[in-house]
Design a protein around this ligand. Structure first.
Ligand code: ATP
Length: 679
């Protein structure tokens, strides 16, 4: 309803058709969004703004959407911000002529660099008004900052930031000031530029909301052009569904927005289908505690139990030279070109891995059958022992360099284990039953020992047979089983979902240890006794993608060797910051502060005995908190390994933490007190 109500007026009056979208207009919208927590209101602001862009300056719709979600390009392009605090402070100082010491003091007091920049700008006497920033100009400026490389790149980044900041308007009338402690800095352009640079917009604007708003805006556009009316709720819903289906298969605004502008929302499904070159967000699995639970969930249905290989998720894309289609140019690096065609490998978070796995891409022609002209394949790459012809542990794989690997220097060999097919010969197959997809996969590729193998599986409903499969998988150095539906709609491939239709049974669950968590390192404590020269314990957090906050979940001091502690001290020390970031949700208790805080950079895998509620931690507090501001915390956490393949935002989510907690609650396990500081 509220989406409809707020449609009559333009979100921002002062821009004319065809003019570049003023950045100030976007900031005004950001500010309105920030001032409310109501999802419908947020969506109304967002959609009204996009409607205005689509009507007045459609060519700016793409940078507008990207700045709204706080990104510069699709994930596969690998362009990221997340600029360190010291560079940003330097740029604020140099732009505003304020002493770095004062900037640092402000940061100590205020704790939010965006506000420090806003304050510095508003106190700065300006001789003349700078030329107004535009949305496309800011997008371009940020892009330059994110992509400079090589010698002197730090200095050029600072220059880029200065350029944007010095043009940033405070959006204030003459003599007007904003009390940054009360109204969060208002629509200050400087504030939002800094947030974009930090990589966290924190508007409470979830990606899903932006998607729905964009769909609504385009439905409005279509309906008003046709009949000069406003759309019905049913039309808006239909537009949402079209958009969602397309985005799931093709999560790239660079492809979707031009198609929307060309053919409108109702032709989007035809115009945009899954295509090799644009990685999908992979389907993920739900944990289960026992084979019994699997049988309960899949009762009466046919399912299959595959080995769960312990390596790195890899989505392999390919188009043969003689195919009737193109590989989307943006994601086709030189690394993936062979005599057969163009190929690429993407990680679970859509990172381009082709420079990590030139060996896989080089061998690809040996396992792709002649008639296979294009495909997208879901696989796991696993370290391979050439002599023993067996798989090696995940740690071995992580010793490989992630970039610019030369095939001749490779020491750790990998084998590809394929388990699903998403696209074949010009057609998306995600909406076919898994049984069919698997048959197609077997028909399109052939196994080559040590290079390419299909994931082992057994189709059975017998508990003893499943137990045997599980034991065999563990003997074969796998993590356990992935149990998947075989038939019907439930067995379709569900991109970007942690689905009930894929269940994982890990060997560890059976021993009662539970699933591990992947957590972000936010802070550390200096060691005691033998450990005085290094950090002895660490402060960890999960990630809440809705609020864009890291929520603290435990302190950890167990599972580290002395050598590892020394190494961690070395890698973490350069990341020390003066105070926690505004997007760290942590206890304010005096005794709960780590000795040092870090920029968020590393993800660690951690095991826990169980989960409990504690006032000292904030994880999932909004979901499970009982009004006493308690969050979930881990009891007896133990360090397992660094997850090089995950970025901070890929950490275990607050929702997953809440699910783990509730699950164990329901089996009455959560009796113990919070024992989270075992150091
Ligand atoms: P984990 O730490 O268990 O890998 P995750 O969050 O990375 O957690 P999950 O959904 O828990 O992902 O487990 C699925 C992962 O297991 C996939 O991302 C994939 O990398 C891996 N995997 C190994 N074998 C298979 C298989 N046969 N089918 C699907 N995924 C598999």
């Amino acid at each position: 309803q509220s989406t409809l109500k707020s449609t009559s007026k333009d979100a921002y009056p002062d821009w004319k058709a065809g003019e570049p979208v003023p950045y100030a207009a976007l900031c005004t919208t950001f500010s309105k969004i920030e001032l409310t927590t109501k999802r419908l209101e947020i969506m109304a602001h967002c959609s009204a703004f996009m409607r205005q862009v689509a009507r007045l300056t459609p060519e700016d719709l793409q940078p507008t959407v990207l700045l709204m979600i706080g990104k510069l390009a699709a994930d596969y392009a690998g362009i990221e911000l997340g600029i360190g605090e010291s560079l940003i402070m330097k740029a604020i100082g140099e732009t505003t002529g304020r002493n770095l010491k004062i900037i640092k003091e402000d940061q100590q007091k205020i704790g939010d660099l965006g506000l420090v920049a806003a304050k510095s700008r508003q106190n700065q006497p300006t001789m003349f008004k700078p030329k107004p920033l535009t949305v496309r100009g800011v997008h371009e400026g940020l892009m330059k900052i994110a992509t400079v490389e090589g010698q002197g790149s730090q200095g050029r980044k600072v220059d880029g930031i200065k350029k944007l900041l010095s043009a940033a308007d405070t959006n204030l009338a003459k003599g007007q000031t904003v009390d940054i402690t009360k109204d969060k800095g208002g629509p200050s352009e400087a504030k939002y530029i800094i947030r974009a640079l930090e990589g966290k917009m924190r508007l409470g604007l979830a990606d899903k909301t932006v998607q729905v708003s964009l769909a609504h805006a385009m439905v409005f556009h279509a309906v008003s052009q046709e009949s000069n009316k406003v759309p019905s709720e049913a039309e808006l819903k239909k537009g949402e569904e079209v958009f969602k289906a397309v985005y799931n298969e093709l999560p790239a605004y660079e492809v979707i927005v031009p198609a929307l502008l060309k053919g409108g929302i109702w032709k989007l499904r035809e115009a945009c289908r899954l295509q090799p070159g644009v990685p999908l967000k992979p389907m993920l699995a739900k944990p289960t505690k026992s084979i019994g639970e699997v049988l309960d969930r899949f009762e009466g249905k046919d399912f299959t139990c595959e080995y769960k290989y312990d390596g790195e998720r890899a989505q392999i894309h390919f188009v043969a030279h003689d195919a009737d289609q193109d590989f989307v140019a943006t994601a086709a690096p030189e690394a993936g070109k062979t005599e057969r065609g163009v190929s690429n490998i993407f990680s679970r978070n859509s990172e381009d891995l082709s420079k990590k796995y030139p060996d896989i891409l080089g061998k690809l022609p040996t396992w792709v059958k002649k008639g296979t002209k294009s495909f997208v394949l879901d696989c796991e790459t696993v370290a391979w022992d050439v002599e023993k012809k067996t798989v090696l542990p995940f740690q071995q794989l992580m010793t490989r360099k992630r970039k610019d690997v030369k095939a001749e220097d490779i020491k750790v060999k990998v084998c590809v284990f394929a388990f699903d097919l998403l696209y074949l010969n010009g057609e998306a197959v995600v909406n076919k039953p898994f049984r069919e997809r698997r048959d197609l996969m077997y028909s399109a590729f052939e196994e080559v020992e040590g290079e390419f193998t299909f994931a082992k599986f057994g189709n059975t409903r017998e508990i003893e047979e499943i137990q045997t499969l599980l034991e065999d998988s563990v003997k074969a150095s796998c993590e356990g089983l992935m149990v998947k539906m075989l038939d019907g709609v439930e067995s379709h491939y569900e991109p970007s979902r942690r689905s009930q239709n894929w269940l994982k049974v890990k060997k560890d669950y059976l021993a009662g240890a539970g699933d591990s968590l992947d957590l972000v390192v936010l802070g550390a404590y200096y060691g005691k006794g033998k450990r005085t020269s290094v950090y002895g314990a660490f402060h960890l957090a999960c990630y809440n993608p809705n609020s864009e906050m890291y929520e603290t979940v435990c302190n950890i001091g167990t599972g580290f060797s002395e050598a590892l502690l020394a190494e961690l001290h070395e890698t973490l020390s350069p990341l020390v910051i003066d105070r926690p970031k505004p997007f760290y949700d942590h206890s304010s208790g005096k005794n709960d502060q780590p000795d040092v805080w870090f920029e968020p950079r590393f993800v660690w895998e951690v095991k826990t005995a169980d989960l409990t509620l504690s006032p000292r931690y904030r994880a999932a507090a909004s979901e499970v908190g009982d009004g006493t501001h308690k969050g979930v915390s881990l009891r007896f956490p133990r360090f397992i390994q660094v997850r090089e393949d995950k970025k901070p935002d890929d950490a275990t989510s607050s929702r997953q933490v809440a699910e783990m907690y509730r699950k164990q609650e329901s089996v009455g396990k959560n009796k113990g007190p919070a024992v989270d500081d075992d150091f």
